[in-house]
Write a protein that binds this ligand. Structure first.
Ligand SMILES: [Zn+2]
Ligand SMILES: [Zn+2]
Length: 276
């Protein structure tokens, strides 16, 4: 019998009707407790950028103060729910990282105001090299019609630049689904192998923990990152955590058994766990 990880730090809820979870904080925490989890981390999106397209989601902000007010309210709610449950509740964020000085100064100002326990680094956007244009990978159908293939290549390189920057930034406890774009069949041809290898090298040299995100198993039959890249990182001794990226109570702990079997088979020794 192998031990199955009894916590997830990557979960979402529908706080204030703004975030993209389908269940409430109360429902998510109660379900984690019912499943016998030892800990649950709540990681709604922190997505703040001067050029983020506000018309695509209510959880995107182009104003740091507005974001801070919403995040504080969300954390107050969480404290209240946590106080009524036995399970240890951690407060986190899934942060969309951008390399620009503006983004960094905004991000640092925001997190200084918040009583968070941990931060997950992520990239959900393709973007121009100077960040003058961003597009969430979920909203590719909204790309301007005149986006030619050279422009698209630049935007896709922007995706990987953000992943690499997140790894190198030192801001994050672990990095989410780093090949997320491949879900949409982007960057799956061999010409992208070198960029992916550079990212793997960065994880390894920075000893930056990464997640194996089981949401991909449900959506496309394999996790993020794919089994092959996950194995490379594990064999290099990069710490790993399993994440369910749950947006609904029914998804908490999904496919953890499959990933535990994979990790046992390749002799994984280093696991990420919050030390609080
Ligand atoms: Zn994500
Ligand atoms: Zn997520």
């Amino acid at each position: 019998m192998i031990n199955i990880q009894k916590y997830s730090y990557h979960t979402h809820n529908n706080s204030q009707g703004l975030f993209d979870g389908k269940s409430s904080a109360e429902e998510m925490i109660a379900q984690a407790e019912a499943l016998g989890f030892e800990e649950i981390g709540v990681s709604n999106h922190l997505c703040v950028h001067p050029n983020v397209p506000l018309n695509t989601s209510k959880m995107f902000f182009d104003n740091p103060q507005k974001a801070i007010d919403i995040y504080k309210k969300m954390y107050n709610e969480l404290d209240e729910v946590a106080s009524r449950h036995k399970i240890k509740v951690f407060k986190g964020f899934e942060v969309d990282f951008f390399p620009s000085a503006t983004w960094r100064s905004w991000f640092e100002a925001i997190i200084k105001e918040l009583d968070y326990d941990y931060l997950i680094g992520a990239s959900h956007f393709i973007c121009a090299a100077d960040e003058s244009f961003l597009c969430n990978i979920y909203h590719l159908n909204r790309l301007p019609a005149d986006t030619d293939s050279d422009r698209m290549q630049e935007y896709l390189r922007g995706y990987w630049k953000n992943v690499q920057g997140a790894v190198e930034s030192g801001y994050f406890n672990f990095i989410a689904h780093f090949d997320y774009c491949t879900q949409f069949d982007l960057c799956t041809t061999p010409e992208w192998d070198e960029i992916k290898q550079n990212v793997i090298d960065a994880f390894s040299s920075h000893k930056q923990p990464f997640e194996i995100n089981t949401g991909g198993i449900e959506r496309i039959g394999r996790p993020f990152p794919d089994w092959n890249m996950a194995e490379k990182l594990v064999r290099r001794g990069v710490p790993v955590v399993i994440s369910c990226d749950s947006h609904h109570t029914s998804q908490i702990g999904r496919y953890f058994v499959e990933v535990e079997n994979f990790l046992a088979n390749i002799g994984c020794k280093y696991r990420f766990k919050l030390q609080k």
